[in-house]
Design a protein around this ligand. Structure first.
Ligand code: AMP
Ligand code: FES
Ligand code: ZN
Length: 315
């Protein structure tokens, strides 16, 4: 198998693109793809301040690295969920990347803030670990952005994450979420930061190859609570379809984006409310996060530790 660009030995075949590439050309192909996604969907404005949510996994660490290689000044934020044997190791990888690209990372320690890790909190609030975790992560990511003066939250969701989430929303006709999925979610001054997903069109396999070929040290294990998650089943099924018909996942997502852009959706006329404690958008008087904080008897603000490649400063 020869590289389609330089005819040297290829290291990866890209059946969706009917191509094969050597390490060097694959790295520039992938970085170019991210740049094309950013420009094509106009994800970033010149005066935007970017904060990347990094989990320690291949996608978000590679994304942080790529953005900085592309010339964007992007800082990081990490949420330590207090998962034994997993969170400490992920944080190590995040700090390593921070050292490598010389960008600071804000760290939120769930146990310090709430006195418990995500497993205990989810039990207490009677939600599955993943659902409690998702809610808390969304809130903390947004808070980090607003509190630290960034206006764009960048996440490492890849093609497989998005395609499987979309499939799940279709299968159960979750109308509320179905039309909201996108490469970008708008910002709302003072309440919500803009959220973008520049890896939307890069597959999990491509991201793993990129991380390995670029020497990025990432956590290979999945979160222990993700075992048996439906999203993993959907990913498996989509991969079987992809094997038979390369390019299907890309078509699925690109088609969806085109369709939702054309569709003039009637916005559900729901009155927008904001949490009377923190200002986060909510359907009730207080947002879910503040309600949980109250339940745990925790008052005071959310604090982030700032890791500045090498030393730790409290902020
Ligand atoms: P997941 O929900 O685990 O599939 O992760 C999706 C994206 O959310 C990742 O690519 C990261 O950008 C972000 N993310 C996940 N977990 C964390 C975390 N513990 N801290 C910061 N960002 C995270
Ligand atoms: Fe949230 Fe595993 S990362 S439950
Ligand atoms: Zn609130």
């Amino acid at each position: 198998m020869k590289c389609k660009v330089c005819r040297q030995d290829a290291v990866i075949s890209l059946r969706a693109y009917n191509s094969a590439l050597c390490a060097r050309d694959f790295i520039s192909f992938l970085e170019n793809r991210v740049l094309k996604t950013i420009n094509g969907y106009r994800l970033i404005d010149s005066n935007d301040r970017l904060l990347v949510a990094v989990s320690g996994g291949k996608d978000s660490l590679s994304l942080w690295y790529i953005l900085n290689r592309l010339g964007y000044h992007a800082d990081g934020m990490y949420i330590h969920l207090g998962i034994e044997g997993y969170s400490d190791l992920s944080l190590e990888k995040v700090k390593k990347m921070s050292d490598m690209i010389k960008r600071p990372v804000y760290i939120f320690h769930l146990k310090d803030a709430m006195g418990k890790g995500i497993d205990m909190i989810s039990k207490k609030i009677k939600r599955t670990t993943c659902s409690a975790c998702g809610m808390i992560k969304r809130y903390i990511m947004n808070r980090a952005c607003l509190d630290k003066g960034y206006n764009v939250m960048v996440t490492g969701h890849n093609l497989d994450d998005e395609a499987s989430a979309l499939l799940g929303n279709f299968l159960y006709w979750k109308e509320e979420y179905l039309w909201k999925k996108g490469v970008e979610l708008k910002e709302e001054e003072g309440h919500l930061s803009k959220k973008i997903k520049p890896l939307f069109l890069c597959s999990e396999r491509e991201m793993a190859a990129y991380a390995i070929l670029s020497g990025i040290d990432y956590i290979h294990d999945e979160c222990p609570f993700s075992v048996g998650a439906k999203s993993l089943l959907y990913k498996e099924i989509l991969n079987r379809i992809e094997d038979e018909s390369p390019g299907t996942k890309l078509q699925f997502l690109k088609g969806y984006l085109k369709f939702t852009r054309r569709l003039k959706l009637e916005k559900t006329q729901r009155e927008m409310k904001y949490c009377n404690l923190c200002g986060y958008p909510t359907a009730g008087e207080k947002c879910n996060f503040c309600r949980i904080m109250e339940k745990h008897g925790i008052s005071g603000g959310i604090g982030f530790e700032e890791y500045k490649y090498g030393d730790l400063l409290n902020s």
